[in-house]
Write a protein that binds this ligand. Structure first.
Ligand code: HSE
Length: 404
């Protein structure tokens, strides 16, 4: 028997309780022991809730209870979640988390603490919701040097963009739908401004390249500047606009990580990833391209990954896995602007002006465009060169285009 506790009874925490209850028989079958919920910690009471009997308000009860072997932290943020994580680890309990902010900011420190105390700190649910990606990258791709990780990492923004592309509804309406479905963060700014995708990019990059990469080292742009006009121009050449997180290793070992809207050609499988679905594409020097796909947000998909990690912690209780990456530093990542990229530009100017400045551009069409506006795809060039060549043009939009 392994007793477990859940910290935070929100969307993910309540999903964890449900999966533990609904799937208890098969979990027992696979683990050869019960995974039994003992406590749920939350500041609120939940009268009438089927799990109300488990709800407590004092973390010390969990910390001091020697029967509790595994704690699932689904609180979020880096404040009380970090304090409780450290206290649980110091009390000899494995901690499982869906908290990408905490892993992105302090993953190395918390893994080190877990190592010191001989327990696990596992975070499969922090990236891609229910998609198995962390453990497959760690284990199944272990024989590869990873050269790039790129992905649609935020369900809320992918949902919003899909609704804008498919139904032409406004950004605001689509965001409200995503919130109603429980996909969005408490403050949806973290979704729409790209911060959530940035945190997940940091985790994937750290795992791929072995060094902690902090969110403040990753240039990040969200989707708030993507308009229905950009969606229409992109569609005229079979491109879709998606928010991508990317981490690329240069031949000299340098790492470039960034989050930005991209125009993705219809021939690339990432362009077919819609609604709340996420996809992560990993390039390894032996395996080539591998893609992971599934539900990247939501109660039960995320709980699926949390409960699997709880099971993993029990299976490996006598030989936990430790550090997945080391501390980084200010030089761990370099600016992505120096490598040539393809670009989408839109401005109140003539196609010929773009052509004269940039050379062989590909014009895009939008039947609803205002007079005098045009948009093109550019040849490959570094961003500073693009900006210099277009210094006399007032741009309304400038996004990356995925080239391969
Ligand atoms: N707000 C996040 C998303 C939740 O929309 O992807 C899952 O991390």
């Amino acid at each position: 028997m392994a007793k477990v506790a859940i910290l935070g009874f929100g969307v993910v925490g309540s999903g964890v309780a449900e999966v533990l209850r609904e799937n208890s028989a098969l979990i027992k079958n696979k683990l050869h022991t019960d995974l039994e919920l003992k406590y749920i910690l939350d500041v609120k009471d939940f009268p009438g809730n089927p799990f109300q009997e488990f709800v407590i308000h004092d973390f010390t009860t969990i910390e001091r209870d020697l029967e509790v072997e595994v704690v699932a932290e689904t609180i979020g943020g880096t404040g009380i979640a970090k304090e409780f994580t450290k206290r649980a680890i110091c009390a000899g309990k494995s901690v499982i988390t869906s908290n990408k902010e905490l892993v992105a900011e302090h993953g190395c420190e918390l893994m080190g603490l877990a190592q010191k105390h001989g327990v696990s700190y596992l975070y499969e649910a922090s990236v891609g919701g229910g998609i198995p990606v962390i453990r497959p990258m760690k284990r199944c791709l272990a024989a590869n040097e990873i050269t790039e990780v790129r992905g649609i990492l935020n369900g809320t923004t992918n949902y919003i963009l899909t609704r804008m592309i498919r139904s032409g509804i406004s950004f605001r309406e689509a965001l409200e739908e995503a919130q109603a479905n429980g996909y969005a963060e408490k403050d949806p700014t973290a979704d729409v401004e790209g911060l959530d995708a940035c945190r997940k990019t940091c985790i994937l990059a750290a795992l791929a390249f072995g060094r902690q990469i902090h969110p403040n080292q990753v240039p990040t742009e969200g989707i708030t500047r993507v308009t229905l006009a950009d969606v229409a121009y992109a569609a005229s050449r079979d491109y879709k606009i998606k928010l991508l997180g990317r981490a690329v290793r240069g031949e000299d070992g340098s790492v470039r990580a960034f989050v930005a809207p991209h125009l993705i050609p219809g021939s690339n499988p990432l362009s077919a990833v819609e609604d709340v679905f996420n996809a992560i594409s990993v390039k390894g020097n032996a395996v080539g391209d591998v893609m992971f796909y599934g539900r990247g947000a939501g109660k039960l998909p995320t709980a699926s990954a949390v409960v699997a990690d709880m099971m993993e912690a029990v299976v490996y209780r006598d030989r936990p896995k430790y550090l997945d990456w080391e501390e980084g530093g200010p030089d761990t990542v370099v600016s992505p602007d120096d490598i040539p990229g393809f670009w989408y530009v839109r401005g109140q100017t003539d196609i010929d002006v773009f052509r004269a400045a940039l050379g062989d551009v590909l014009p895009l069409a939008n039947s609803g465009a205002p007079a005098g506006e045009s948009a093109v795809l550019t040849p490959a060039m570094p961003r500073p060169e693009l900006e210099a060549r277009l210094s006399s043009v007032e741009l309304s939009a400038l996004f990356r285009v995925l080239g391969d």
